[in-house]
Design a protein around this ligand. Sequence first.
Ligand SMILES: [Zn+2]
Length: 428
Amino acid sequence: MGLGVGHGCQNQGFSKKKVHKVSDKLFDEQVYLRTGRKLDLHAAEDVINIPAKYSSLFGNEGEKLSLTLKDIAKFVSYHLLRNEESGSVNLDKRGRFDHNKSTLVKNKLGQSPIIDELISEIIEQLGLERRQLWPDAKKAAICLTHDVDSLDGTSYLCLRKGWWYSKFLQNCCELRFAQAATWRSKIKRWKQLREDPIFAIDKWMEVEDKLGFRSTFFFFGLKHSLSREGRRYSYKDQKVRDATRRLCKSGWEIGLHGAYYRHLDLDYLKEQKQRLEDAAGNEITGVRQHFLRVRFPKSWDLYHRAGFKYSSNMGWSGGFNGFRAGTCFPNHPLHENGFCEIPFQLMDLPIIKNPETYFNLFLDYVTKVKSVGGCMVIDFHQEYFDESESPGVNKTYRMILDYLSGDKELWIKPLREVHNHFSSLLQG
Ligand SMILES: [Zn+2]
């Protein structure tokens, strides 16, 4: 009998006190996904030797550990369910779980799929054979996604120009001439514009279509274009209806970008879903919340009750990237209802100052995702296509697409198809 997980693990990683709801089923599911074998955890007396690499996860810095399979199952579920995020403590200014409070981040383990690597280690020690997960003998999957926070740059333009002038004047008065010059060139650029630099759906489609890729676009399902959500767009806008239908017709996927406010209101989620379905003329099965404003596990339950099949919120925003739950595999966090979370790892920024650095981060993640055979999800915003408005973003995305077009080991599909494939693997 090895060390029990609850013993000797008093650090921020995992302690019995903190566990609100932990089931063995998630671990069981993940092993089955990779091997096609069901483990009998209740009967399992197997003791697994945990390499020192994982020791800080268990609060035993630099030491080797031996744990029973049952204890490891609880530990893995604890991380995948994000148990440490439940409750109303450790929230940031937007009411989300604070990135810097994450155990994995604090232990410098947030930049790799550490839980997947641990599961691979266990599978190896148990002598189980891994099965081929992805179609066409591919090593890993990639999903390209786009949040559509803004759809056009022309609405309320006079008001916005007035705001830009006021910022220019304010910076001049405060002798901040560099910032003032930025505002002045923005005003000048927008005076000379012949076409809207923000509406870029067709341009995204064009660059992806050239390489035969399809992606997922997350649209809001808001009633009004101007509300406390900010200057967005209404589902009734003809531009929204045309764009979403064009995307669906050509093989792209539409998902709901859930509103920031009332993010835990079930009826409101249902309304947004219905509105977007009305606009797109298609069923919506996926969701990602604006600003990733979610609360695990409650959000998963609400999404399921609102009729969604999967969400892709398990990542970080605001310039933080990485493996929030230490995984790059889809999973059923609320096992009993079949709702699926597909984690994501990389999100853009309004300005990417160094595209090479960002691209190298992408490559690093691809290598790590391939090594465990998982699925990597990346998110680039619809409104950042124009290089003058969002320097570096388009360039970075094209570097990523160029790389993907040459890597034949990757299965590149919209989220919906990864979800369908994942479901069929578990049923099969
Ligand atoms: Zn958003």
